[in-house]
Design a protein around this ligand. Structure first.
Ligand code: PLP
Length: 268
């Protein structure tokens, strides 16, 4: 490659199975043509059958990773994934105020409010949800909850387009610039409609539902693809549309691996 690529930072947990978390983010950044950097928050022990446990990284080590790359290499856009504890979230929020995330004055931050794996294992200590709501949402360019996370964050049970819109409004009250309420978990909807809103525009993004159980790492992959597009100066609606195309292709090419749930495939 000639010249310097755009850069994207993921602040997230490691997945030993290589399907989600940091590993999915780095693969996606690579596939999208940006240089990926990492601030690891936790190390999970997991395979296709689920998460067996995790150990969190000390908050000062998490923040040192962010500062090290931001001050030297520069971060064009960042995303948060699994953050594990309230202490890590507090440290990350404080650090985001100290370093520049984004090429211009405006911060480019995607907050994926990861709470649990699809196999039902907690990836966030219970008391930490409030820290995500109060400390990260107000700093976010975009938040990308799935319907389980929407229920945890707002109490809204999304069952149709109207409740999806209501959930978007409730989430916007928490302070992010944009919210993407992902509809993939609404199995009654064959189109997996995601709703993107900044409180003025309500953009419905229909998609295709693929019949596969291999969707491990899907949320991470979509959020990383959006982050890569923000790093390349796309506006939020265009970045989300690009992320949606990317995740559809990744789910279409997901593969079985191990006895359980295989990963989506962010290879192009
Ligand atoms: N492990 C890590 C480190 C993650 O960040 C995530 C999701 O964000 C998961 C596991 C769960 O992935 P999934 O729910 O797609 O199986």
């Amino acid at each position: 490659m000639t010249g310097t690529p755009r850069t994207a930072l993921t602040i997230a947990g490691s997945d030993s199975g290589g399907g989600a978390g940091i590993q999915a983010d780095l693969r996606t950044f690579f596939a999208c043509g940006v240089h990926g950097m990492t601030a690891i928050t936790a190390v999970t022990v997991q395979n296709s059958l689920g998460v067996q446990g995790f150990t969190e990284i000390p908050p000062d080590v998490v923040t040192a990773q962010i500062k090290a790359v931001a001050r030297d290499m520069g971060v064009d856009a960042a995303k948060t994934g699994m953050l594990a504890t309230a202490e890590i979230i507090e440290a990350v929020a404080a650090t985001l105020d100290e370093v520049r995330i984004g090429r211009a004055a405006e911060t480019q931050l995607v907050v994926d409010p990861v709470a649990a794996s699809m196999t039902g294992h907690a990836l966030l200590r219970e008391e930490a949800l409030e820290a995500i709501r109060s400390l990260l949402f107000p700093r976010a360019t975009l938040v990308t909850p799935n319907l389980d996370e929407v229920r945890l964050l707002t109490g809204v049970d999304v069952t149709d387009r109207e409740s999806q819109r209501h959930a978007a409004d409730e989430l916007l009250e928490l302070g992010p610039q944009w919210v993407l309420v992902k509809g993939g978990h609404l199995y009654s909807d064959p189109e997996c409609v995601d709703l993107l809103s900044d409180g003025v525009q309500y953009i419905e993004l229909p998609g295709h539902r693929y019949e596969t159980k291999h969707t491990h790492g899907g949320g991470d992959t979509m959020a990383s693809a959006i982050t890569a597009s923000l790093a390349m100066d796309l506006g939020v609606p265009d970045a989300v549309a690009a992320g949606k195309r990317f995740i559809e292709r990744s789910v279409a090419e997901a593969y079985p691996l191990g006895a359980g749930v295989g990963p989506v495939s962010p290879f192009w």
